[in-house]
Design a protein around this ligand. Sequence first.
Ligand code: GAF
Length: 374
Amino acid sequence: MSRAGEAFREVYGQAPEGVWRAPGRVNLIGEHTDYNDGYVMPFAVPWGVTAAVSRREDGRVALASLQAPGREVTLDELVPGRVEGWAAYPAGVVWALRERGLPVGGANILVDGDVPAGAGLSSSAALEVSVALALNDLYGLGLPRTEIALLAQRAENDFVGMPCGVMDQMASALGREGHALFIDCRTLKAHPVPLDTGDMTILIIDTRVHHELADGQYAVRREQCEQAAKTLGVVSLRDVEDLAGALSRLSGAPRRRTEHVVCENHRVQAVVGLLRAGAVPEIGPMLNASHISLRDLYEVSCEELDVAVESAVRGGARGARMTGGGFGGSAIALVANDRLEDVKSAVRAAYADRGWQEPRFHPATPAQGAHRLA
Ligand code: GAF
């Protein structure tokens, strides 16, 4: 029995009906493109959330965690804004399923997460998807994985109140071991692309900072993209074909955001081609270009991410970029295995010079997406 299963038995007095696991994600390339109907290329990471779950018939949802205080709500209390903290994510999933008219009742839930805290590796998607998959199986909903991802996103958008795109939930629900997922966020088709890094490593550099003041900036970026699409008369920035012409009709922030989104979509397609050709080291320049664009055009980086990326490249990485929403969290670097120690030392030294907290390093290997453990 997993640790979550054992803890469930202690908290609720009997064994769970089942145990599920969903991973966090790291994004190889394709940043801030998902909510523009664009392309992304994330993969599931080995860290995630394990959820032990049983149904209950009294209209109550009990939420326990090995990492945080628990909470119990009735199904009637599932109203956006009424549940706060971590519990809003699983509660939001129950809410989203019921909003869709699906026959989901109460539940006893216990979760155990091991995603490095605050690293920007999407512990929230792991939490949502693990619980959504559990309820899907227990209540016999028969939802396809893409639907599970969309419902998890709905929980985060409309119950938690974070206007995220669908990338993280898709990566968690559909990830495949040894593969990155090339996702078209308009059609929601996800193509697994083998990510065989050979004698190289994708190194996660966790800056261990999160700039809370920037939290509202995600929604601002979305609005600026929508505004640009409206000015250009397209459904979304995905539809821009003549970039030079589009840029000549825009100014200020919407112009910079558009340039990033259109070029980032092309970079994703280029990386897919290179990976399919087995040319992993050649994606390095694409990673660097993505970072510069996120820093200068999309303006979602921060000093700690920039220093991590620059010092990693100076230390010998083939390429590096911030990953995820930005303003802290993690960067990734593509590094030949015999240069790993040089790269880590270079980043550590750059942080120490500035008197910053030591960053953490994790090798990222593409892991399996959400699945039932027991
Ligand atoms: C966050 C969001 F949750 C994703 O949907 C995506 O937009 C990402 O930022 C930026 O690419 O992780």
